[in-house]
Ligand binder design. Structure first.
Ligand SMILES: C[C@](O)(C(=O)O)[C@H](CC(=O)O)C(=O)O
Ligand SMILES: [Mg+2]
Length: 310
């Protein structure tokens, strides 16, 4: 892993090109949710092929509900921070695109500049909700078609992947979700994200009836039962996201740490669960920074000494 400050990084256009090629090959891509740059670095170090940045983890991280509250600028800043740390393709959740078709066009441009490889755009009415909660509403199909067309028109990099998410399953039923998915493919979406499917049969049905690469959402505590990546692959899915898993797990660990400090007055019983100082330094390339700074100091002293002599 290159330390962030020194890395040249692979050009994001190249990352997107490789990602599109990867999507054309066999095997499912597993994209875990990352919520901070360092978690993206960890995902890269653990050998994942792609990463995901979702609105649920981002909102919750800010202490906000996942109701479309954060702004495009806030999202772009976090996406930039994440994308500059790793060379992995980053899939970003842009909710409903921050407005109407014209806002979607701008969202695409901003996400390209922030280094995303793909975005998913959903057909919910604003304020949007988590796809696994009740009380969702979807926009008329033509409104979503318009947004997808805007997104496709706006992208400068043809390999920037536009994923259309439909939330129709829980609003109008599986048939409408399939209909919409096909309309969104016709509008130019590269991939479909059928949200909140209830069982394997529904996943299979969508795969049989929608002729496009598909993304499955394996979130916890939702309407979808726990299905493995391997099984999603057998069901015909190309990407599976675990959008909030690392965040929720981290929150559980933070709570445990806080309770331990409070109750035991020492963190000793937690040490085995932690990444050590050494491991974290290794991950961010700490020693390289130190080496670089030392070499720079030595070179600078030498230069200064030469000046004194001359
Ligand atoms: C995928 C998702 O859009 C996200 O923002 O990560 C959420 C995940 C969740 O709330 O568990 C979703 O709406 O499914
Ligand atoms: Mg979301």
């Amino acid at each position: 892993m290159d330390p962030i400050l020194f890395r040249r990084g692979v050009d994001k256009r190249e990352i997107r090109k490789r990602f599109r090629e990867r999507l054309g090959r066999n095997g499912i891509v597993v994209a875990p949710g990352v919520f901070l740059p360092i978690t993206a670095m960890l995902a890269a170090a653990e050998g994942f092929e792609a990463i995901y940045f979702g609105g649920a983890a981002f909102s919750n991280m800010l202490g906000l509900p996942d109701l479309g509250v954060f702004t495009l600028t806030e999202l772009a800043m976090q996406v930039s921070h994440i994308s500059e740390t790793v060379d992995l393709p980053l899939i970003v959740d842009v909710d409903t695109g921050f407005g109407e078709a014209i806002n979607v066009a701008r969202t695409v441009r901003v996400m390209e500049d922030a280094g995303a490889a793909a975005i998913h755009l959903e057909d919910q009415e604003f304020p949007k909700k988590c796809g696994h909660l009740g009380g969702k509403r979807v926009v008329p199909v033509e409104d979503m078609i318009k947004k997808i067309r805007a997104a496709v028109d706006a992208r400068r990099d043809e390999n920037f992947i536009i994923i259309a998410r439909t939330d129709a399953r829980d609003v109008n039923g599986i048939e409408d979700a399939i209909d919409r998915a096909n309309a969104y493919v016709e509008a130019g979406a590269d991939m479909i994200f059928p949200e909140s499917l209830h069982d394997e049969d529904e996943f299979r049905l969508v795969a049989q009836r929608v002729k496009a690469p598909l993304l499955a959402n394996m979130t916890e505590f939702g309407k979808t039962p726990y299905i493995t990546a391997k099984r999603f692959e057998e069901l015909g899915y190309k990407v599976v996201i675990f959008p909030v898993t690392t965040f929720r797990y981290a929150m559980g660990a933070v709570r445990k740490a806080l309770r331990t400090i409070k109750e035991e007055g020492t963190q000793k019983s937690l040490l085995g669960d932690m990444m050590s100082r050494e491991e974290i330094y290794e991950l961010i390339g700490y020693w390289d920074y130190e080496k670089w700074d030392k070499e720079l100091a030595e070179e600078s002293s030498k230069q200064a000494a030469r000046r004194v002599k001359a």
